[in-house]
Design a protein around this ligand. Structure first.
Ligand SMILES: *Cc1c(COP(=O)(O)O)cnc(C)c1O
Length: 365
């Protein structure tokens, strides 16, 4: 890219992340007023009512800076994960943590290893700091750990693993992931992104945070954006060794997690039952959408997350546009190398039904 300015290496080649359009904007454009948004893997049940109630009492505090150390929230997370609070790094969403990781461990000449179809923020964060991206071809849409391992070399700074991955919903089993991590050279930082961990109900699905004491180069990231229903407030965190947490904190902005976000995350943790309820809605909704998609004779990528990638058998961007005219917002994923797939987030039962009806209509024309 040619610009007037001298810019940092990597920036010119970046394509900005394209977020879903806000519902209000879209409704105005299309003159539709009852649309359903199943485009960003948000929680259709919303956060716990404890959160929304409790935050009302905190609004008078808005002139204050938040606790820059996130003391209370890190304390809660420390109990939850049985890990010292000094090993927890809070982020303005887990994307913020991914950015910090890239800033500490990647620079021009260094390499980030990831899988084809992996979460879009990994290449963005890596390229923004001028690092080279090495992408291993996927196997059955999922991470091929052997292919990823083959790309790891002297210049590798970080390996990014999404378990489960977005947008594919594929996941890695305990044994294979642990073997891969054990086999990594000690200088390589492994990021295991567990943004959707709460949704996964597979006996062989690992909680990588249990390995932190044995693997000093491991970082596990978690978020309040999905199962906890707080995407709009932006809270996520990294669990790591003390040494890595100390490095991440050197680049962390002092007040990166805002006052309401810190409080909301704490209140959300007080109502785990609500989170679990959302997870069971998701399981039902996944069943509903999978059987609807089956009935339409379409293929899909089996998913353990709160979303499903459906092979619509044609250019999914066109199907997406046609669905928009029916008031249903989904996400085409050509930017992930999946031009015929449409990612739909699991909604409430009536939203899922709306989606399936609209999909049937759109595909029959
Ligand atoms: C949604 C998502 C996140 C969460 O991002 P936040 O910044 O915490 O909202 C992280 N990783 C993956 C793979 C995701 O899909």
């Amino acid at each position: 890219m040619n610009t007037t300015f001298n810019i940092a290496p990597g920036i010119g080649g970046l394509t900005p992340y394209v977020p879903g359009k806000p519902v209000s904007e879209l409704e105005r454009e299309l003159d539709i007023y009852d649309s359903v948004k199943l485009a960003s893997n948000e929680n259709p049940l919303g956060p716990s009512p404890l959160v929304t109630e409790a935050l009302k009492d905190e609004l008078h505090e808005l002139s204050r800076y938040p606790d820059g150390g996130g003391f209370a929230l890190r304390g809660r997370l420390s109990e939850r994960h049985l890990i010292g609070d000094e090993r927890i790094t809070l982020g303005n969403g887990s994307n913020d943590v991914l950015d910090m990781i890239a800033r500490v461990f990647l620079w021009p000449g260094r390499e980030a290893v990831m899988s084809e179809h992996a979460f879009a923020v990994y290449p963005i964060s890596s390229q923004a700091v001028g690092a080279t991206i090495r992408v291993a071809p996927a196997r059955d849409y999922g991470h091929d750990l052997a292919a990823m391992r083959a790309l790891v070399g002297e210049d590798t700074g970080v390996v990014f693993i999404a378990n489960p991955n977005n947008p594919t919903g594929t996941w890695l089993r305990r044994g294979e992931l642990r073997d891969f991590l054990d086999d990594l050279p000690a200088h390589v930082v492994a990021v295991v992104d567990e943004a959707y961990t709460e949704y996964v109900d597979e006996p062989d699905y690992p909680d990588a945070s249990e390995w932190l004491d044995e693997l000093p180069n491991l970082i596990v990231t978690r978020t309040f954006s999905k199962a906890w229903g707080l995407a709009g407030l932006r809270v996520g965190y990294a669990l790591s060794s003390l040494e890595i947490a100390d490095l991440l904190n050197r680049v962390r902005q002092p007040f990166n997690v805002n006052l309401l976000a810190q409080l909301a995350a704490g209140f959300a943790l007080d109502d785990e039952a609500h989170m679990r309820e959302g997870v069971s809605f998701n399981a039902c909704g996944m069943g509903q959408i999978v059987s609807g998609v089956h009935a339409l004779g379409l293929d899909y990528i089996p998913s353990v997350g709160n979303f499903l990638c459906i092979d619509v058998g044609r250019d999914a961007a066109e199907v997406d546009q046609a669905l928009l005219r029916e008031g249903v917002i989904t996400r085409p994923v050509a930017n992930y190398g999946l031009p015929r797939h449409l990612r739909v987030s699991i909604g409430m039962p009536e939203e899922n039904a709306r989606f399936l009806e609209a999909l049937e209509k759109v595909l029959s024309t």
